[in-house]
Design a protein around this ligand. Structure first.
Ligand code: SF4
Length: 364
């Protein structure tokens, strides 16, 4: 595939590939850049996709002007582009491109590559990945979460349905909250969206796992359309889980993660489940055990940096400086993951780079 041979441009790709839709209908470029591109209550998604606000962001990002574009300084992609451009592999491109079966999807994929490489403000391709956040309601209270879980806003199902025809080229549609399964009628909505997908598309559901019973998961896995689950779980012990999530659902989440991993193996669906793990001071000590467990379960493992102003927890903050032992552990995890699929060590490389790994005796 062509995408495997190109060197990616040294700026973020998301304004050419992604959109993020909030409960009030606000559309923004990604989860980390909250610039309002338009609102589904006033405009159709296809009007927003090439309208002046997103044109402006594409131009700014192609010029490396991330602050003016509204990008957060802690955005992992921005950090990667700024600090470790040589470490950005074409993995993402290859994974997205792999879904581009069929003439329509293939042409859309190539249109994305062309628009991104040129830094074009107006593009002919359509989104490759769209996040839809139907509501902010949640049954957990993670100490680092900045969402207002008391906000009752719900994105009308009619607006979600209205977007879908424009998204028929996108390999990935992603639903996230809040906690999506806390929203009444969510499973039916997910089943409806999933049933309308083309063979090259999948529906990803981001969940904290506490309300996702094995029966509910099985009901979503089977039937027409492909679903994937992204389960958020920080830590591998009840104590850490309780500290971070401020809830007592650790056993339930672990059970559903194991259930999904078993289904993944049984059905030979290697991307059925991904485990998201927030990297911060409270979870760093269990990182090695989490990576080992993810390997035993055979699930994808995805590291996310902590967002927000938590200097004691933020490992990228000078106050969160790594000890020698922690740096050595991180290096061990990276080395141990060499050749392992489904686990990008890029956030760990960024962390070591930020901490100045040379202080810890590594020069390469
Ligand atoms: S650099 Fe980060 S915040 Fe900016 S558009 Fe890319 S993903 Fe979004």
């Amino acid at each position: 595939m062509e995408s495997g041979r190109i060197a990616p441009p040294r700026y973020c790709y998301q304004p050419w590939s992604n959109l993020f839709v909030r409960p009030y209908g606000k559309v923004q470029p990604c989860c980390q850049n909250t610039t309002e591109l338009g609102n589904l209550h006033r405009q159709a998604l296809e009007e927003i996709w090439n309208a002046p606000p997103l044109q402006n962001i594409r131009a700014l990002i192609a010029a490396g002007r991330y602050d003016e574009a509204g990008c957060q300084t802690s955005c992992p992609l921005r950090l990667a582009v700024d600090q470790c451009p040589e470490l950005i592999s074409p993995d993402w491109l290859q994974r997205q491109g792999e879904g581009s079966d069929g003439e329509k999807a293939r042409r859309n994929w190539e249109g994305f590559l062309d628009g991104w490489r040129r830094g074009a403000a107006v593009i002919e391709s359509r989104p490759l990945c769209v996040d839809i956040q139907p509501s902010l309601l949640c049954n957990q209270h993670c100490f680092m979460c900045r969402q207002n879980h008391g906000d009752p806003a719900v994105l009308p199902v009619s607006l979600i349905r209205g977007m879908l025809p424009f998204l028929d080229h996108a390999p990935t549609l992603r639903l996230q909250g809040g906690e999506v399964f806390f929203l009444e009628g969510f499973a039916a909505l997910a089943l409806e969206i999933k049933a309308g997908l083309a063979p090259f598309q999948h529906l990803a559901i981001v969940t904290n796992g506490s309300l996702l019973t094995p029966e509910l998961a099985d009901g979503l896995i089977h039937g027409p359309g492909e679903v994937r689950f992204i389960v958020s779980m920080d830590g591998v012990t009840e104590a850490t889980f309780r500290k971070v999530r401020r809830s007592g659902h650790f056993q339930r989440v672990m059970a559903v993660l194991r259930h999904l991993a078993a289904a993944q193996r049984r059905m030979n669906r290697p991307e059925l489940v991904q485990w998201n793990y927030v990297l911060m001071r409270s979870t760093l000590g269990e990182l090695e055990a989490a990576v080992t467990l993810a390997g035993e379960l055979g699930v994808l493992f995805n590291l996310i940096f902590l967002q927000g102003d938590f200097p004691e927890e933020d490992l990228l903050n000078p106050a969160g400086r790594l000890s020698w032992e922690e740096a050595a552990m991180i290096r061990r995890v990276i080395d141990g993951a060499a050749g392992r699929s489904g686990f990008s060590t890029l956030p760990l490389e960024i962390l070591l780079r930020q901490a100045g790994e040379v202080r810890y005796g590594h020069s390469n």
